[in-house]
Design a protein around this ligand. Structure first.
Ligand code: DX5
Ligand code: ZN
Length: 222
């Protein structure tokens, strides 16, 4: 198993001081930043585009930027986010007419390519693209909003995906996004996840370092 990664979702950060919040959470021990891009079309919410990614880079953020596209379509934004400094780009298979092409486009730009699976999306869509993905992101809430409750039945899906990844012998991260907190992170890890996206649990706490340290302790205790 690879080292665990904790990726705070900036969706719950203070947008009026995004650079400071991003810096603070990295200094508090986060491995990377998760950027939720919503288009008021694929999901019923609207956030930001590549300019924010570029602004974070210009501000001096060096950490990996994990862009989660909740947009339809995806290809043009893949190129724009890659040019704006993204290191990881994940999209939803329902949002691309040509999933293999979109995954290849992400890698062509030198980024890690991810597929995000909604709670009701089956693992079948991975069957012919396991060699094209670096991350499979399991949504443990329906995409669109921070602060939702983790859907418990997703644990079974994580277990099934862990088997698929191990059987493939490929270097693929199993990420989980939505409702992750200190009190369920170990359970999610035990089901097979190795990358954890958390927004409200981190940014709605006054002490980012305390939460991230607590999450790592929970992961270490198992
Ligand atoms: C939901 C986003 C998540 C969200 C997680 O559509 O993809 O990244 O910000 O937020 P929490 O951790 O609050 O559920
Ligand atoms: Zn996300």
């Amino acid at each position: 198993m690879k080292p665990y990664l904790i990726a705070p979702s900036l969706l719950s950060a203070n947008f009026a001081k995004l650079g400071e919040d991003a810096t603070a959470v990295i200094e508090a021990g986060a491995d990377m930043l998760h950027l939720d891009v919503m288009d008021n079309h694929y999901v019923p919410n609207l956030t930001f585009g590549p300019l924010i990614c570029e602004a974070l880079r210009k501000y001096g953020i060096k950490a990996p930027l994990d862009v989660h596209l909740m947009t339809r379509p995806v290809d043009r934004l893949i190129t724009e986010f890659a040019n704006a400094g993204a290191t990881h780009i994940t999209f939803h298979p329902e949002a691309s007419d040509h999933v293999e092409r979109s995954l290849s486009l992400v890698r062509k730009h030198g980024c890690k390519a991810g597929l995000a699976l909604n709670p009701a999306t089956t693992l079948n869509c991975l069957e012919y693209v396991m060699d094209k993905v670096d991350i499979v992101l399991i949504m443990s809430v329906n995409p669109g909003f921070g602060g939702q409750t983790f859907i418990p039945s997703i644990l079974d899906k994580i277990r099934q995906l862990r088997v698929l990844i191990d059987e493939s012998n490929r270097d693929i991260r199993l990420a989980v996004d939505g409702g992750i907190k200190s009190d369920n992170i170990a359970q999610v890890a035990n089901a097979g996840a190795d990358m954890f996206i958390a927004g409200s649990a981190i940014f709605h706490h006054s002490d980012y370092k305390a939460v991230i340290t607590n999450m790592r302790e929970q992961l270490a205790e198992g």
